[in-house]
Design a protein around this ligand. Structure first.
Ligand code: FES
Length: 153
């Protein structure tokens, strides 16, 4: 058994829990942990990879301390999501899909979070901001910047 996963049994149902733990410990899933997880659970690396790429909560790239996600689904798009994305990108100085050099912010996009009537929507450190206007963005960034414990949930 891999000591890194001592607290988890070797049952396959532990896969999600282990991935959450690794994501929480490292801020992402380091590629070298995939083989260790597979050996611990006696499953293939492609099984691990398949699950971790299926869920948006897991990332193979290091992410910023604060994550801002902009919905770019159709309903949000027609209500101005591109302007919202541009403004976050400008204020954070991060390209969509990227992470700031100081590893403080990651800016992501998603296609529909199931709350289309509230578009355009941004999710900042897990908090939804619906019917968002560009004038509110500075305040949202200021608020999450003060929140230092988001990666320890
Ligand atoms: S398109 Fe944005 S929530 Fe559905």
């Amino acid at each position: 058994m891999d000591s890194m996963f001592d607290e988890f049994s070797t049952e396959q149902k532990e896969l999600i829990h282990i991935l959450h733990q690794v994501q929480s410990d490292f801020g992402y899933i380091p590629p070298e942990t995939i083989g260790r997880i597979a050996r611990h659970l006696k499953i293939s690396e492609s099984d691990v990879y398949g699950v971790l790429t299926f869920y948006k909560a897991f990332s193979l790239e290091p992410r910023g301390k604060h994550v801002v996600t902009i919905c770019m689904g159709t309903a949000c798009h027609v209500r101005g999501a591109p302007r919202i994305l541009d403004e976050f990108s400008r204020q954070l100085n991060v390209e969509p899909g990227g992470t700031s050099e100081d590893k403080q912010f990651t800016l992501e996009t998603v296609n529909c979070v199931g709350a289309c009537a509230l578009g355009p929507i941004a999710i900042a450190d897990g908090e939804y901001h619906g019917q968002l206007k560009t004038s509110k963005i500075e305040k949202i960034i200021e608020t999450i910047s003060k929140n230092d414990d988001t990666t320890k949930e």
